[in-house]
Every structure is written in structure tokens, then in C-alpha cells.
Design a protein around this ligand. Structure first.
Ligand code: SF4
Ligand code: SF4
Length: 304
């Protein structure tokens, strides 16, 4: 992206797609030649979206608004929230990765664990590339997850939470809603990874086709499903939701398994993200159709 080039949502999406298509780092780290990511969904949220303040109030004061994270980083040129756009993306897990992890019963399949390490390295490089490219084109930008002061804090309500949540950024950018297991269900399902960048750039936000933060989950929409409950090997999901501490401990245990079984340093799980109706799409028919029609309901109520 050349300096002063006219920037549009399409141009930013093209920048991301081109990186994935050409980056030598887009692979599983096993010499197989398989790419980690072969498609992407991109959404945009306004820096002035009231959701950012609601997150701050609901998740905790430590959770950054786009304005906060941008101005922490670019102290020399303060900007208003109205000048900022959050660019959020979804990297859907490939079929071969999902299929492999469907067979897993306790610890992740090798492909899934490789994505968690090497696919995420590619995602981090993508964050850096988008921020650097936009900055070079005259639109200073920062990837909040890569900010030096991004941190995880203990939270009374959530066990732990972080200064910036990719899932909440994606929700704001119209990319999906939360499921019973806490994962974000997107148009390409829940088996995916997310990234985002905050940029000083004026782009129209992506309309949110949902009204509630659980609209895409069958359990919350009509009381059915709950398939992710049975997929979790450590009972970290129940009708009451997701026990983050049980999940975290299982992820920690997976390190030994990955090292001994697959001979690299990694970890992961994601069993609840596959073999379920929301694995690769939106399982709630009405919500899926609303998205396909491009319905834009009134602004959603506060996350609660
Ligand atoms: S598996 Fe079912 S209950 Fe669990 S998040 Fe997906 S749709 Fe919701
Ligand atoms: S909730 Fe955590 S431990 Fe349970 S299946 Fe999902 S990722 Fe694994």
C-alpha cells in the first residue's frame, strides 16, 4: 500500500488477503507445504462505537478502548475516537485441521496444535504487516495484542481477562456472536483465530446483523444443542457457561502431550470448537438468514 494511497475497506481486505497468499510464514511449520490459512473474513468497527465503553464497564477498567490503546502508543499525535477504525479479521480453520481435531478426545490433533503455534505466528506477522503498511500509507496504526503493555489480569467476574480482546473487537466489527463455550461464532464458524489493528483511518463500520451477543448459539437461541459441553474433556463447559480456569489448566497440561507426541513445543485444545453445529458456520437459521440478507437491526443492548 503506497503512501497517500486512497484507502477503502476493500483495499484493507486486499492487503490482508495478499499477505496470506504470499507470506512464506503461512504454513504449519512441518515442511509439508500446507498453508495455515487459506481465507479470511474482515470487519470494521468505529472508534466511537459505544460498545467500547460498555466493554470497559463490563469486562473491567483495564480493558482498552481503541482511543486508549492508540494514544498510549502514539503519544506525540493525540487523535479523537472519531478518527479511529478497528480492523478485525477472522482466520477460519481449514477443513483438514478441523477434521483432525474432531477425532481428538483429550488433547489436540497435531495439525491443531501446529496452528496454535505456527498459524498464530503467521497471524502475529499479519498484525505487524497491516499496522506497518497502513502507517507507511499515512495512517498510523497499532495491533493492540502486540502492544508492549498488553497484559492478562485477574478478574473477579471472569477469572482472568486481558487489556484487549480479539473476540470482543470482532463482535464490535460485525463478525460474530458468543457461544456457550465463550468462543465467537462467525459466518465461518467458531473454529478460527482472530486478529485486529487500530488505525487512524476513516472507514465505514461493518453493520452488525445481530441484536444480542449470543444470537448465533443454538443453546441461547432456542435451548437446544449444548454439544460443546460433551466435547470438553475436563467438563469446563456447562449450561452455566465456560469455566476459564479449568480450561486454562487443561491447556497447560497439553504442553507435555504436544512435546512428547508431536515433538515440538506447543499446546492447544479446541475440542469444543469442532464436531459441533457451530464448527464452520452459524447454526441458528434465522440469524444466518439475517446475515445473508444484510439485515441491520437496531443497535444491540449492552453486553451483560
Ligand atoms: S456447540 Fe451448540 S451450544 Fe455450544 S456454542 Fe455451538 S451452538 Fe452453542
Ligand atoms: S473449554 Fe477449554 S478445555 Fe474444554 S474443550 Fe474447549 S478449549 Fe478444551
Amino acid at each position: 500500500m503506497a503512501a497517500d494511497e486512497m484507502v477503502s475497506r476493500e483495499a484493507v481486505t486486499g492487503l490482508i488477503e495478499e499477505f496470506l497468499a504470499t507470506s512464506p510464514g503461512n504454513n504449519l511449520g512441518d515442511g509439508s507445504g500446507e498453508v495455515a490459512w487459506d481465507s479470511v473474513l474482515v470487519g470494521f468497527a468505529a472508534g466511537t462505537d459505544p460498545l467500547w465503553q460498555q466493554y470497559k464497564e463490563y469486562v473491567g477498567a483495564f480493558h482498552w478502548t481503541p482511543w486508549e490503546v492508540f494514544n498510549q502508543h502514539y503519544r506525540g499525535e493525540p487523535v479523537s475516537a472519531a478518527e479511529l477504525t478497528v480492523i478485525s479479521w477472522v482466520l477460519p480453520q481449514r477443513r483438514l485441521v478441523r477434521q483432525a481435531n474432531r477425532r481428538a478426545r483429550e488433547f489436540p490433533a497435531e495439525e491443531w496444535a501446529r496452528i496454535r503455534v505456527y498459524g498464530e505466528e503467521c497471524n502475529a506477522a499479519l498484525r505487524r504487516h497491516v499496522a506497518a503498511s497502513l502507517s507507511a500509507a499515512g495512517h498510523p496504526a497499532i495491533a493492540p495484542m502486540l502492544a508492549a503493555n498488553w497484559t492478562i489480569v485477574n478478574s473477579q467476574r471472569f477469572s482472568y481477562a486481558s487489556s484487549w480482546s480479539e473476540r470482543h473487537a470482532a463482535y464490535a466489527a460485525g463478525l460474530g456472536t458468543f457461544g456457550l463455550c465463550d468462543g465467537l461464532i462467525t459466518a465461518r464458524g467458531k473454529a478460527m483465530r482472530l486478529g485486529s489493528v487500530v488505525a487512524k483511518i476513516a472507514l465505514p463500520p461493518t453493520p452488525r446483523s445481530y441484536t444480542g451477543h449470543h444470537d448465533y448459539c443454538l443453546f441461547y437461541s432456542n435451548g437446544t444443542c449444548g454439544k460443546c459441553i460433551g466435547r470438553c474433556p475436563v467438563a469446563a463447559i456447562s449450561p452455566a457457561g465456560h469455566d476459564k480456569e479449568k480450561c486454562r489448566l487443561h491447556l497447560a497440561r497439553s504442553r507435555e502431550y504436544v512435546r512428547e507426541s508431536y515433538n515440538f513445543s506447543g499446546y492447544g485444545c479446541g475440542l469444543c470448537q469442532v464436531g459441533v453445529p457451530c464448527e464452520a458456520g452459524i447454526p441458528v437459521k434465522a440469524a444466518r438468514q439475517a446475515l445473508e440478507r444484510g439485515d441491520v437491526p437496531p443497535p444491540p443492548p449492552p453486553i451483560a
